[in-house]
Design a protein around this ligand. Structure first.
Ligand code: F6P
Length: 513
């Protein structure tokens, strides 16, 4: 960390520490200061998301302190390197060009992404028009970044009715694939093999099994039913996919940032190409906000200021995300990979050991379910856990409006209760019934959950993750941490080597020794 950044941290460490109730009492403009919207053109006028960070401990003083830190860490320069398609992933010598998929980036990459999207749209439209024969089901096999985004988006956006019944299968546990087979008619099923590298063992094994399933069902040309979504098109062709059914994306699109590329194919198949375009447009609205705003008014950067405050200054080891909307049930899973695979690092971009914690553990669930399961710890446990609430003004259901009213009221009540605390004992001083309060949260209130909003929410978190990485001086775009376990599995599978006594015992017990 450079001297200017060290100086900024020293200032931040000595900042005053009022309670949230004191902060609200002391500043009637607090909500205005710490809330902001990102909007885009929706079908019926402007639509967007309200980002309310006023229930965090951020103050004008802290915002200025973090702005100084951002300057010391060259946030503006690093942001323009990211958005300009420069090499920002230094350990792998690559750019990180996910925003080019949304139209923001180096000209050549934006053009390449546009061509990919046009090809993808032609294929998706052909499926919808029946030009490829009956396609009622799509089994998408992929894992990590090649599955979590599609799973989230398909689940969030097809609660009414999907154009094609999509099954996302990631786990190597054959049960997952068998369940998809049981729900699909092989004569009307296409297979999408999604793998950036086209080598990942889980995906390739699942893909082989899907081919065998089609063969067993008497399908003449099973490989003719496959679409490959990959940055390694030659490997896909070698494996057996017809060249015309390979949708290649650039090596510079990271796995966990790849939903916008052809990895989003199952989403477009499920919701339609126009809607997929809206998904990209929502993300682009956030890209433009991120690119065009400096300092604390930049909402993903402001969120990162709060994240840094809690992780590095208050020692919070986790951050919880609760979606008060069934449609976003898979968002915490998606954010776990995005944030923990990106920022779960122990060295800086210069290769030095970090001197403070990096990414907190992201966890969460769905409200109100989570209130009856884990909120006890949030209100009375010994951990301080900053919480994000995400909700939608428009309901996802058509039942009695009471459902949505109770859902939203509970969401807002949790944020209020976390701040207020109190004592519910009859005499007001019962320790078991005491709530310390002063516990932070942020709220993202969406007008609705539609393709554009989901795109915007995900892009917001991508930029928030990047901003955190810049403030910590780490590279968010590599993931060597997942390699060691993979390598060890390969060595165990190859045999002929001895491992620690416990592993040997387990292998023997499972008949694998
Ligand atoms: O093992 C982690 C990871 O490398 C993720 O970053 C990636 O999204 C996933 O594996 C899948 O990789 P691929 O798309 O190459 O199959």
């Amino acid at each position: 960390m450079n001297e200017a950044a060290k100086g900024a941290w020293s200032e931040l460490e000595t900042a005053p520490d009022p309670t949230l109730l004191e902060l609200f009492a002391g500043d009637t403009d607090r909500v205005e200061l710490l809330s902001g919207r990102i909007d885009w053109d929706g079908e019926d006028g402007k639509a967007g998301i309200l980002f309310d960070w006023s229930k965090t401990h951020l103050t004008q003083g802290l915002l200025s302190g973090f702005e100084t830190l951002a300057e010391a860490m060259d946030f503006v320069g690093k942001r323009s390197a990211l958005l300009g398609g420069e090499v920002v992933n230094l350990t792998e010598g690559r750019a990180a060009e996910h925003t080019a998929q949304r139209g923001i980036g180096a000209d050549a990459s934006v053009e390449e992404a546009g061509a990919l999207h046009r090809r993808m749209a032609m294929l998706v439209d052909a499926i919808h028009d029946g030009a490829l024969g009956p396609v009622k089901h799509l089994i998408h096999v992929g894992i990590g970044g090649s599955a979590l985004g599609p799973a989230l988006a398909v689940d969030a956006l097809t609660r009414d009715l999907a154009k094609v019944d999509v099954h996302i299968v990631s786990n190597i546990d054959g049960l997952a694939l068998e369940q998809a087979f049981a729900a699909c008619d092989p004569a009307a099923t296409m297979i999408a093999v999604a793998s950036k590298t086209f080598t990942t063992i889980e995906t390739m094994t699942n893909a082989e099994s899907a081919i065998q399933w089609l063969e067993r069902a008497g399908i003449d040309d099973p490989y003719g039913r496959v679409v490959a979504l990959t940055a390694s098109p030659e490997k896909a062709v070698e494996w057996g996919v017809d060249e015309t059914r390979v949708l290649p994306f650039g090596e510079s699109v990271g796995g966990r940032y790849s939903l916008w590329s052809s990895i989003g194919f199952p989403v477009a198949v499920a919701i339609g190409t126009e809607e997929f375009g809206q998904f990209l447009a929502g993300a682009r609205a956030v890209d433009e906000h991120f690119r065009d705003h400096d300092g604390a008014v930049n909402l993903p950067l402001r969120a990162a200021f709060a994240d840094q405050y809690y992780t590095r200054l208050k020692g919070c080891q986790t951050r919880a995300v609760f979606a008060y909307d069934e449609r976003l049930a898979l968002l915490p899973d998606y954010l776990q990979q995005l944030e923990m695979e990106s920022n779960g690092k122990r060295v800086t971009a210069d290769g030095e050991l970090v001197d403070s914690p990096t990414a907190p553990i992201t966890w969460g669930g769905v409200g109100t379910d989570a209130q009856h399961a884990v909120f006890q710890l949030l209100h009375q446990g010994t951990h301080l856990v900053p919480v994000d609430f995400i909700a939608s003004i428009a309901p996802g259901d058509e039942l009695d409006p009471a459902h949505h009213r109770i859902l939203l009221t509970n969401c807002f009540a949790q944020g209020a209760a976390l701040i207020a605390g109190g004592n519910m004992g009859a005499n007001g001083n019962d320790p078991a019934r005491a709530f310390p309060g002063n516990r932070p949260s942020a709220t993202m209130l969406c007008d609705d959950i539609d393709p554009a909003t989901l795109g915007a929410l995900i892009a917001f978190h991508e930029h928030r993750t990047f901003a955190n990485a810049v403030l910590m001086g780490i590279n968010p775009f590599d993931q060597f941490g997942v390699e060691l376990g993979k390598q060890m599995a390969g060595r165990i599978d190859a045999g002929g080597e001895r491992f620690d006594a416990s592993t040997e015992e387990l292998l023997a017990a499972a008949g694998l020794g």
